[in-house]
Design a protein around this ligand. Structure first.
Ligand SMILES: Nc1ncnc2c1ncn2[C@@H]1O[C@H](COP(=O)(O)OP(=O)(O)O)[C@@H](O)[C@H]1O
Ligand SMILES: [Mg+2]
Length: 250
């Protein structure tokens, strides 16, 4: 610890109450969720009444605001990708005498894919619907990869889904920074995307009863086999647009 600084208690729990101000313009309405890096609140911009989301980072997971700033920069560089959460601006606020970095972004109306799966009978999605979710996701992440970026933490709690009519709105949140893009990091996104598909279908318990078209994509979750079939996200997206149906799906 540098000379002259005081050791502050670790802030593990931010726990803001409704009505608390964030910066000069926002008030907290409710907690939306939390995870490893911090807590996310629904906030309202007082002059306009517009609702947004504020992600507050636990200071010990965000030294010198590095994680939050890199996250903001990544979201900004991907702002034209429809699947990416739209970032607005960065704020610093003081909570329990500690400075907390905070990202203000669009408020997504969807729910985490994890919860959506659990709402279905048998806590799993039927194959055709799961394929549609996979297609949306593959197309969305393909656009991110085309900009020489990656997500690095694709899982069912970092995808927000809103079913609208026969389609879905998907938003990918919570990008992870692992330094510059490499082919390996994009391959991780492909494997994680296939894993999300497998989780939508009910995982190991229902795998052997899945139709062959579905099993071809999951490839028993064998990493080498998945990447030989789908070396890029574009290859996966193209496969989903073109494969031939042999079985009759439920
Ligand atoms: N913009 C948003 N709109 C609505 N809910 C959100 C938004 N961002 C995050 N959430 C909710 O908060 C949870 C935690 O956010 P996330 O960014 O994944 O934090 P962590 O990095 O701590 O995992 C998400 O799983 C989601 O339920
Ligand atoms: Mg998360």
């Amino acid at each position: 610890m540098a000379r002259g600084t005081t050791r502050l208690k670790r802030l593990d729990d931010i726990d803001l109450q409704p009505g608390r101000k964030i910066g000069p313009r926002y008030v907290v309405e409710r907690l939306l969720g939390y995870g490893y890096e911090g807590e996310v609140y629904q906030i309202r911009e007082v002059p306009t009444g517009i609702r947004r989301a504020a992600k507050l980072y636990y200071p010990h997971r965000n030294p010198k605001d590095r994680s939050s700033i890199r996250h903001a920069q990544k979201l900004n560089s991907l702002r034209h990708c429809p699947i990416v959460l739209q970032f607005h601006h960065f704020e610093q606020i003081t909570i329990k005498k500690q400075r907390v970095g905070c990202l203000i972004s669009e408020l997504c109306s969807g729910m985490p894919l994890e919860h959506w799966i659990k709402q279905h009978t048998g806590k799993r999605i039927r194959p055709f619907r799961a394929l549609m979710v996979l297609y949306h996701l593959a197309r969305g992440i393909e656009a991110i990869h085309a900009l020489r970026e990656y997500h690095a933490d694709v899982h069912t709690e970092n995808i927000l889904i809103q079913p609208i009519g026969v389609r879905f709105e998907l938003k990918l949140i919570d990008f992870y920074d692992w330094g510059r893009m490499t082919r390996y990091k994009q391959q991780m996104d492909i494997l994680d995307t296939v894993r999300v598909f497998y989780d939508c279908l009910g995982g190991a318990k229902h795998y052997s009863a899945q139709p062959p078209e579905v099993r071809y994509i999951c490839a028993g979750l064998k990493r080498g086999l998945i990447l030989s079939r789908f070396p890029t996200m574009s290859a996966l997206r193209q496969h989903l647009e073109q494969f031939e149906w042999r079985s009759t799906l439920a």
